[in-house]
Design a protein around this ligand. Sequence first.
Ligand code: ZN
Length: 416
Amino acid sequence: MKIWPQVSIPPVGIAFPKLVLNSTSGVTTFDGSRKAFTMYVCGITPYDATHLGHAATYLTFDLINRYLKLSGQEVDFVENITDIDDPLFERALRDNQSWEELGRSQVALFAGDMSALRVVPPKAYVAVTEAMASIILAIEKLAEDGHTYVCNGNVYFKTTAFLSQLPIELGKAIEIFAERGGDPLTEGKEHPLDPILWVAHKDGEPAWESKLGLGRPGWHVECTVIALENLIGADYLNETSDTDTNSFEIDLQGGGSDLIFPHHFMTAAIGKALTGKDFASSYVHAGMVGLDGEKMSKSKGNLVLVSNLLKNGIDPMVIRYALLTSHYAKDRMWSDEVLESAERRVEAIRSALSRNEVAPTQDVLITIAKAISNDLDTPLALDLIDSWVASTSAGVTGGSVGELSRFLDATLGLAL
Ligand code: ZN
């Protein structure tokens, strides 16, 4: 898929501490020992792009991408577009629009938003429709290896062997599975949590030929295949685990915290069934963004879209700054006050950066890098900038404007 324009990361002259993340899979230190760090981030389903929750999620992985690159680590970053999925078809039907047209317009909107927010694009940005042949091959292999069964014409993945890895208790898992696209109550299934791998053709939906009949893939397997094919290589299905020294396929799978279950559990289980290896060594999840004390959701109709903020003249760097004022992993609230406070703070930084003489900057760089290395502590990083602004306003001198502005651009993506 056509990607948004490259965003350059200016070089900065300090040594970066090792990145430590409190990932869902435990505290992970990224020590740069892998040739390339492999990161897969679950992308949008193109029908409500891009609300602030999406933006907060993609900024989180942008921070990780930038930090590792600045530390000298090569990063292979892949992101998908879920352009084959139930919610997209439902929305297209509701709005009497073709799903292709809806998808295309929303993908373009998303790319524009990411570009405005200075998110460094992934090396591969892959739509499900572009990966269809590989997804079909993988599903056929799962069927050949006995990981599937057919119920009501649809092909299901057997989860029973993977349930010891469930991140939550079974009853709760079934409840959440139903809320997030699953069908636990379908009669005839072997286990309520088994997800659909291949949906038999329905009127009004696109369909592809496969050994399993005419149909289209389900959500989870799409991500497993796009991640493995683009991060491990096209022949990942022929890998034999005993000749490979890595016990995990990829280094990080990321997304919003609403993907912990079922999506990331399912992609990992399907990956293990396909290759025999564990899917990702770490899982990082960004918290949810609410509005004025309420959950932001499509059904409530209170989504704040980045494109609307931009249309209203809000500076994209203020939006980026505002999203960095909260810790990535925490659920947070968006409000006019959050935006106004960000506007004031960005204005104060710009004013300080426009002076000829500024407070010393070298130590600020080092302490901000340390804050980011500690589980992406952006609230602390922004407080450190405020302290520097206060010192500069008080007339302290000895720093370099260029050094600090390049550093803020490189690490936090704030081109001020
Ligand atoms: Zn995904």
